[in-house]
Unconditional design. Sequence first.
Length: 281
Amino acid sequence: EAKDAGRNTVRMYNDAMQAMLNERAGIEAGLRQALTENRFKLYYQPLIDRHRRVSSVEALLRWDMPGHGLVAPAHFLEIAESGSLILQIGQWVLEHACAQAVAWARDPGTQDLVIGINISKRQFRQQDFVQSVKSTVERTGANPARLRLEVTESMVLEDVDTAISKMEALRKLGISFSIDDFGKGFASLAYLKRLPVGQLKIDQSFIHGIESDAGDAVIVRTLIDMSRTLALEVVAEGVESDVQHSFLREQRCDLFQGYLFGKPMTVEEMERMVGTLANAG
Ligand code: C2E
Ligand code: MG
Ligand code: MG
Ligand code: MG
């Protein structure tokens, strides 16, 4: 009996493994196809300033999967990250965000928009990361001052000195940096003050807890104060409610990103949003 159960467990485990492996392989094949068939899309989410103006946007990747519609990164980025596909996807994102910056530079309504671009761990770790960003920017003709690269604490902490030299090199071109998901890692003032970053984005898990968790509210307040001390611009990610927004305003947070102001949207929707706000004065 016990033996049978054991055998069943092993069998189920194998089936589950096989299903997972099939799915992994299927997703990898789908991603490779998406690259050649141009099935990735960049959506854009606004970052709102204290006067409710769109100050910048974040480019967010979507996979337009045949028969499934748009797939969010949570369903495929980890799989892409486990192999070299992420490098090709990262390059695709960089090129398309740069092309968008060029297009937006032509219109007075959008020419000041800074585009936040998420960089993956593997991409940042590449020895030729600086050179590949530089040549993409040059090839596309994008204004580096309109590009902000989002990296995470763990990416930087992997090798702080190398990270700093890569960031410094790109900063010399006019590209700025932001620390994404801040607070989730091992926030440490010691390294933070050495990094050539201009912006911190407080992880949305803390923002969501503002109303329900006194600890989260204290953490958010502390992170905002710390950003001010270090003269860094501070963004609250994942702002969903008026209560969160007014708490953040009271704490003098600089920028707000979240569903309260706009979900990730298409280029056309973003242009409409910027235009509407501009008309509203
Ligand atoms: P992230 O960079 O922290 O981006 C913010 C995520 O929070 C986005 O999810 C956005 O849609 C979501 N979000 C924004 N406001 C709210 C809100 O009010 N409530 C909630 N619940 N969520 C909100 P998304 O687009 O699914 O992306 C997830 C993550 O995938 C990103 O987190 C980023 O780490 C990664 N990612 C997205 N695009 C790219 C890309 O082009 N390259 C790389 N390497 N990673 C990307
Ligand atoms: Mg981001
Ligand atoms: Mg984030
Ligand atoms: Mg993230």
